[in-house]
Design a protein around this ligand. Structure first.
Ligand code: THU
Length: 165
């Protein structure tokens, strides 16, 4: 018998940075700062991501493009790779994203691309905790309580049914 199923999630939206938790605000500001370090000569779209670790440490990343386009990497994956490589065992608990064009910070929020959603979701599974995603922009801030919400019916390591170390 066919069944219709529905997946939905709730997220919060704010009009200004003053409305959000000070720790989240600090993370958004770190992401904004990281966007300034982007190397984006092809798209001129500068993205910054900042990850808060369980210990309170904040690490950031920006997008780094390449003349061979697929060799470029997004800000989110750079930030998470930085965290995993330099702070092993310190779990990411939140990730903020800010983006800018040649006219300045984007008016609306920018969401992580599909590849980055997959990578953020793996961090949640790997560490067994949710990662809050905080999307900043000039006009609004959106907070999603779990990165997994952005990737319903996700493929993850449990599907491989392997013993992972
Ligand atoms: N980009 C990111 O860094 N993060 C996103 O969430 C979206 C896209 C980068 C990739 C590329 O360097 C540029 O933005 C335009 O797609």
């Amino acid at each position: 018998m066919m069944k219709s199923k529905n997946i939905s999630f709730t997220f919060s939206e704010y009009e200004s940075l003053e409305e959000i938790d000070p720790c989240d605000r600090e993370l958004v500001l770190s992401a904004r700062k990281a966007a300034e370090n982007a190397y984006a000569p092809y798209s001129h779209f500068k993205v910054g991501a900042a990850v808060r670790l369980e210990s309170g440490v904040v690490v950031s990343g920006s997008n780094v493009e390449n003349a061979a386009f697929p060799s470029g990497i997004c800000a989110e994956r750079n930030a998470l790779a930085n965290a995993s490589s330099n702070h092993p065992g310190d779990k990411p608990v939140a990730l903020a994203i800010m983006a800018a064009t040649s006219s300045g910070l984007t008016e609306d929020t920018v969401s992580p691309c599909g590849n980055c959603r997959q990578v953020i979701a793996e961090e949640e599974i790997r560490n067994g905790n949710k990662i809050r995603v905080i999307l900043g922009s000039r006009k609004k801030i959106r907070i999603i309580e779990s990165a997994g919400d952005l990737l319903p019916l996700q493929f993850n390591r449990n599907d491989l049914e392997l013993t992972l170390h």
